[in-house]
Unconditional design. Structure first.
Lengths: 82, 228
């Protein structure tokens, strides 16, 4: 099973990297770009868990380590085929 | 006063800290390897600067799970004095022993400089050997030094006098121009409510050897000796 996790900055937290990339894209001529948020993508390979168990365990992993709850939020999907 | 310095894989300011505590100030000082599962009796524990675990994921994020941290958290909860310098400050925040977070500098670059900081509170064991309003010159060397906390946390820090150092100019004026990294209200160092745990981004151990023209960093350590 593969957990596909996105960790992003919460609303209201200044995303300086996102801003820098936004300006860079505008400078490259992509005037249509109105906002950029940079986050982290994490893939975690899991073994021997049911879907429900995996959901609980991955949520714990996000809360304990993968995301800093002061400034980050997370979402994930579980892919049982991979 | 007995001091312990935790060494994580990737810590690199542990030797400077040891040199100042043991060789300059003559204190009984020991290394604490991050894998130890118990702590000897200490009056001061230092989490030194550096790049524990390579700053992987987030600075300090993985160090908080080193085996020794359980004992350190208990030691802090029991009132033991704990000083986190730079990466050490990052670890204290990740553990929740101090509130808030340290983010990438607003300039996106690593800053290596000696800057003035103003002492905001002289009523803590880390700052008593000085007076409120004093300006110290301390080195900073970091890419992730921008202190951030939400409104409620900032208000608590202010109401409880938990802010101990702020970036300023050489005459002590705190303003955006003298904020090297975009830290919230120029915060460079804070303490917990009990004033027993302190985290700071500047490196007092790099400004404490009398071979240097400036020993402002000694203030932090002499305050701790005084309070012991």
């Amino acid at each position: 099973m593969l957990a596909k996790i996105h960790v992003t900055l919460k609303d209201g937290v200044l995303d300086t990297q996102g801003k820098a990339v936004h300006h860079a894209l505008n400078d490259l001529g992509y005037q249509e770009v109105k906002g950029v948020n940079l986050g982290k993508y994490v893939e975690v390979q899991l073994d021997g868990l049911s879907q429900a168990e995996a959901e609980d365990r991955v949520r714990e992993m996000c809360q304990k380590l993968l995301a800093n709850p002061v400034i980050e939020s997370y979402r994930f999907t579980l892919d049982s085929q991979e | 006063m007995k001091c312990g310095i935790v060494v994580f894989p990737g810590s690199n300011c542990d030797r400077d800290s040891y040199h100042v505590l043991k060789e300059i100030l003559g204190l009984d000082t020991e290394w604490i390897w991050h894998k130890e599962d118990s702590l000897n009796k200490f009056d001061l524990v230092v989490l030194p600067g550096g790049f524990s675990y390579g700053d992987y994921l987030r600075p300090g994020a993985i160090a908080k799970f080193s085996p020794i941290m359980q004992s350190i958290i208990k030691y802090a909860e029991d009132g033991g004095k704990l000083l986190g310098i730079c990466n050490g400050f990052q670890i204290l925040l990740e553990c929740g022993l101090l509130p808030g977070v340290l983010m990438r500098n607003i300039s996106h670059s690593f800053i290596c400089d000696t800057v003035p900081v103003r002492l905001e509170n002289d009523q803590t064991p880390f700052t008593s050997n000085s007076s409120k309003g004093s300006v110290l010159e301390l080195p900073i060397a970091h890419a992730d030094g921008r202190y951030f906390a939400d409104e409620n946390t900032l208000k608590e820090l202010e109401d409880n006098d938990q802010i101990v150092l702020r970036y300023c100019d050489s005459s002590g004026v705190v303003s955006d121009e003298n904020n090297p990294n975009g830290s919230l209200t120029n915060i460079a160092g804070i303490v917990n409510k009990a004033k027993t745990v302190c985290g700071m981004m500047p490196h007092p151990e790099r400004q404490a050897d009398p071979l240097w023209p400036n020993v402002d960093g000694q203030i932090i350590f002499r305050s701790l000796i005084q309070s012991c």
